[in-house]
Design a protein around this ligand. Structure first.
Ligand code: 5GP
Ligand code: ZN
Length: 114
């Protein structure tokens, strides 16, 4: 997608601090972290939100979760705990219309979220 900021990160047109990557998925540090560990895991393919996930996205979705698990270990939050979040739509505060999985950790996270 031409104007999509996360597609630009995938294409390396704008810089991001990469945490991990494979052929389908990219993980990078959030520019405005909401926790000491805050990483975004995205599909390299443009999918605009959870609502646009189709049956044929099963492989990329499982890769996103497996990569998030690997990064949780890498960042040392696998034992202390962490949260994986998809925001979808206005009430959830989705600001970027390219699917992204937030990985948050290294602090006590409140529940329910605000
Ligand atoms: P959302 O609110 O859509 O679930 O989350 C979007 C996230 O993307 C926010 O946490 C925001 O800080 C992050 N973000 C937006 N633009 C950029 C960017 O250009 N680079 C990085 N690394 N993170 C971004
Ligand atoms: Zn995109």
């Amino acid at each position: 997608m031409e104007g999509c900021i996360f597609c630009k990160i995938v294409r390396k047109e704008i810089p991001a601090r990469i945490a991990a990557e494979n052929s389908l998925v990219l993980a990078f540090y959030d520019v405005n972290p909401q926790a000491p560990v805050h990483i975004l895991v995205i599909p390299k393919e443009h999918i605009s939100s959870v609502l646009e996930i189709k049956e044929n996205h099963q492989e990329v979705l499982s890769q996103m979760i497996l990569l998030a698990k690997r990064i949780a270990k890498q960042e040392g939050v696998d034992q202390s705990g962490f949260r994986l979040v998809f925001n979808c739509g206005a009430d959830a505060g989705q600001a970027v219309d390219h699917l992204h999985l937030h990985l948050l950790g290294k602090r006590r996270l409140g529940w329910p979220p605000g």
